[in-house]
Design a protein around this ligand. Structure first.
Ligand SMILES: *Cc1c(COP(=O)(O)O)cnc(C)c1O
Length: 209
């Protein structure tokens, strides 16, 4: 990450590393915490909730990065400090009220496949406006996963352009959650601020996803 930041003429201290620990046991998260990792990402509510509960003696920030059902959203609020996968109004509405402000990213779908998660770019502005109206949500910016089978860098460049497009609505929501184990260099070159890295840190996951 430091090398990529240098190459991009950026300061590595602007980058937040989120260790994605899905499928790994809470004991592995505890080891990462002992090594100084503070931000942990999970993509399934039940698994995330179980680990956050088991590790509530640690000062960790839990990031929810997976597809979210509005039914589960309220529960995610209890342990997560940030949700990266806001992709429809029903999820915004389910998360919009709470005692604490929840940080969030709107996820953009860079494919035509709705199963991949994220809002289609044509619907982005409307969804951003909805988030901005929610009293207990703080929009940090946009999140995306690079599509399979095409170069990541142009995909991340599109996310950066979409981020510019929403600046008139949300001038402070400039962060970009993008970049995983295999494409984080490209993401940093295109302005990523939050890197979601799993296998490059943890090794292969115990079971497939
Ligand atoms: C699993 C996952 C990651 C991490 O992927 P790796 O290839 O293991 O680095 C990042 N973002 C999301 C949304 C994920 O589900």
């Amino acid at each position: 990450m430091s090398d990529a930041a240098t190459q991009a003429g950026r300061d590595a201290s602007e980058l937040t590393l989120i260790a994605i620990t899905k499928f790994h046991p809470a004991s592995l998260v505890r080891e990462l915490a002992a090594l100084g990792v503070h931000d942990i990402g999970e993509n399934r509510h039940q698994e995330a909730q179980a680990k956050a509960t088991a590790l509530d003696d640690l000062e960790l920030d839990w990031h929810f990065v997976g597809q979210l059902q509005s039914k589960k959203a309220k529960q995610v609020r209890r342990y997560a400090s940030c949700v990266h996968s806001i992709d429809r109004e029903s999820v915004v509405d389910a998360l919009s009220n709470g005692d604490d402000v929840l940080e969030c990213f709107v996820q953009v779908n860079l494919t035509d496949d709705p199963g991949r998660g994220g809002v289609q770019p044509v619907q982005l502005e409307a969804l951003v406006e909805r988030v901005l109206e929610a009293p207990a949500l703080r929009l940090r910016g946009l999140m995306a996963v690079a599509p399979l089978g095409e170069p990541a860098r142009p995909a991340f460049e599109r996310v950066r352009e979409l981020s510019h497009r929403i600046q008139h609505l949300a001038p402070t929501a400039r962060d970009l959650s993008m970049g995983m184990s295999h494409d984080f260099t490209d993401a940093i070159l295109e302005g990523a601020t939050h890197l979601r890295i799993g296998t490059a840190i943890t090794g292969n996951r115990p079971t497939g996803d």
